[in-house]
Write a protein that binds this ligand. Sequence first.
Ligand SMILES: [Fe+2]
Ligand SMILES: [Fe+2]
Length: 433
Amino acid sequence: MQDSQLNTVNPFYLQRVVKLAEHSRIVTSDDVYAANGMKLLAKGTPISHEVQDRLIKHKLKKPLESSLSVADAIDPQYLVALAQDVLASQTKLQPILFFGNHGGQALEILQGLALNGPMRMVLTMLERSGNEELRQSVECALVALVLGIELGLAQERLQHLAIGSLLHDIGEMYINPEYLRGNNNLKPSEWRHVASHPLVSKMLMDEVGQFPPLVGQIVLEHHERLDGSGYPRRAAGDQLSLEGLIVGVADTVCAVFRCYGRPLARAEIAMRIVPGQFPPQVTQIVTLALRGATQPEPVATELPAVALMTEGMHRLLKQLAQVLIALDELQDEAQIKSYKPAQLVVQHAVQRVNLIQRAFSSTGLDSLPRAEALGALAANDSELQFEIIVVLEEIAWRLRELSRDLQLRVESMPEFVAPLFERLVLSLHMVRS
Ligand SMILES: [Fe+2]
Ligand SMILES: [Fe+2]
């Protein structure tokens, strides 16, 4: 048996299993052995709090995930029924879900998915978590399939896309749930865990789901971006699969639609301010679908006061200025110049900040009159107010992301150079209200 990280039982995964076992019957589908050959549980043993300790203490011969089965596990028919329910509901995603009339074909693909027992168990865990996790996965799969069908992908690739989009986040089950809640102020070590979830998803797809390699690649790449700004590998361009990027788009779109406010506008803006991150032929479909939506959206009622917004814009401009100063200083620093890895990190930061600035410019907001005059302009224009709020949030989010990324890169650098990055990291991370 090959050695795998999965041979050590992940405590967060096991916690979820035990929680599910409180309401659904879960038993071992095989004898469970420790790596040293000792038999830990016989086939048919119900999972409960009592066996939790025994499983955590030992390294196992094969992943626990492959040795469990749950009564009434989710099957493809159930997925189809859930997908039909999503399509019939008044979800804000409708303009995308119905684009090109691909719904029927998408349902057929879900219907035909080949999922083994362990994967059906995973879906069951998502379904019974009480957080609509399975419904959200199905939404993402439907969006990804509509995009894939519209792009003319062959049947087999669509099947892989369906599995990948459905299960892309299962690695999150292996992360401390507290890190996943509010992710604004994670420490680098905590962020490292969160950022590893695509790797865990891939491992599960390969070893437990036993899917073809493309499925593993898709889930591994769902947070990667064309321009190399994603994670966990910072892969770029040709290194990435189209399917992985499609899931990235679908995931982004679904996340945007779950946010408050006017989702349609929000999605359009979010897509617009990340030029270069996704293939244009994919984002174009989203834009077309949203443009085709005829229903005017009601204007969001809870806009912050104009004064607060002006202040927010003011602070963003100030923050960007500070970031540029910090970057400038770093580029001039003799120690940085003498140490190639640090130089590369600075170059990377410069590129990312340039991209963020370009994204900001592409919204046209930075060319508006000075921040002081914005208030007067926006006072009677709720469209503009809304756009400003979204852009401020998005840019702040991207700066913070870069801050975390840099912290991880700097952590492993020698003492004589690491502290030099502090000012840049701080200026990027500035928390705004
Ligand atoms: Fe994810
Ligand atoms: Fe996701």
